[in-house]
Design a protein around this ligand. Structure first.
Ligand SMILES: Cc1cc2nc3c(=O)[nH]c(=O)nc-3n(C[C@H](O)[C@H](O)[C@H](O)COP(=O)(O)OP(=O)(O)OC[C@H]3O[C@@H](n4cnc5c(N)ncnc54)[C@H](O)[C@@H]3O)c2cc1C
Length: 296
């Protein structure tokens, strides 16, 4: 389907020029990264910007490096670049595993993680991993940089803490200072280009510390703090998992939509939490399935 909406297209040659354009057009400006979300929305008439600001030429946004115990993911880094990066696979395996579940090879070649969090759809696959690694989003506007903890980033469906006139420069992900392992389980209707019906992430750290997050089962991806409190300090056991599963109903608020009913989502979230906990703890202990293995 062709794009029928008319807009001004800009390809700035610096971040400052992009910010000037964003401020000039205000609410009628849209940043274009991979375009896998934005272009579809313009085609479908959900977005009618006056200005599309294509940042793909900005080399400084393509950084992907591990420095001072932090992974810096520039806003133009694609999911396939994350997957192909050995440091990501070795040090941030939960992020790697989540990236592998996004869409298809073709989409992942263009789609960026920054675009993913800016789209802020409830099902976004990078949400749980970024929440569990306690990432920070670094944005820039005409008054300089702001650092936004990922916990404060998602405000609701398609709503984020990004203000008019700002763009995301990079996402900073600290390496957990304890031995850790993770697991991301995604339920879709089929393997490939489908959004999550339910997504569950677990990060297990040595000393019986656990972090748990969900996506696609509420207005925004969220940490499950009650489940974490229950688990923390305890050895994982079948009875503890059963107790954790009972708390799922207090943590998530799934809806019925074209992809699943709320009852199915609730049921599967419990099944997936069980599998993700066992896999994450298994991996922490040098066992468990290889990263990238489908568990559902
Ligand atoms: C067929 C298909 C399958 C998909 N499957 C999945 C899936 O399995 N899992 C999943 O999570 N998503 C999926 N998506 C959604 C989409 O691919 C992702 O959200 C992707 O990561 C968006 O990144 P992008 O670079 O293409 O963003 P764009 O489309 O360029 O932008 C998305 C939004 O973010 C804004 N934006 C982008 N970059 C910046 C920036 N640096 N600063 C400020 N604002 C910015 C744009 O203005 C726009 O509003 C799918 C999409 C399609 C078309």
């Amino acid at each position: 389907m062709a794009i029928v909406h008319e807009f001004n297209y800009f390809k700035p040659s610096s971040i400052d020029e992009a910010i000037e354009l964003l401020n000039e057009y205000g609410a009628k400006a849209r940043v274009l990264s991979g375009g896998t979300d934005l272009v579809v929305r313009i085609k479908d008439g959900f977005e009618t910007p006056d200005a599309v600001i294509d940042i793909k030429g900005l080399e400084e946004l393509k950084t992907l490096e591990f420095k001072d115990n932090k992974l810096i993911v520039g806003s133009l880094v694609t999911f396939n670049e994350l997957i192909d990066n050995e440091t990501v696979k070795e040090k941030f395996p939960l992020l790697w595993e989540s990236a592998k579940t996004v869409a298809s090879m073709g989409i992942r070649n263009r789609a960026t993680m920054a675009g993913n969090i800016c789209s802020a759809v409830p099902s976004l696959d990078s949400g749980p991993a970024l929440l569990l690694y306690e990432a920070t989003v670094v944005v820039k506007g005409k008054d300089g940089e702001r650092r936004i903890p990922i916990e404060e980033w998602f405000l609701g469906p398609r709503k984020t803490a990004l203000k008019e006139g700002e763009l995301v420069e990079y996402i900073e992900i600290p390496l957990p200072q304890k031995k850790h392992a993770g697991c991301y389980v995604k339920l879709g209707r089929y393997n490939g280009e489908d959004l999550a019906q339910v997504g569950v992430g677990v990060l297990a750290l040595s000393g019986n510390e656990y972090r748990v997050a969900f996506c696609a089962v509420g207005p925004k991806p969220t940490r499950a703090k009650k489940i974490e409190s229950l688990l923390n300090g305890k050895e994982l056991s079948d009875s503890l998992i059963e107790e954790a599963k009972k708390l799922v109903e207090e943590e998530i608020s799934p809806i019925t939509d074209i992809r699943a009913t709320k009852e199915y989502r609730m049921h599967m979230a419990k099944v997936m939490l069980d599998r993700a906990l066992k896999a994450a703890v298994g991996r922490l202990n040098g066992k468990g399935p290889d990263y990238g293995t489908r568990l559902i």
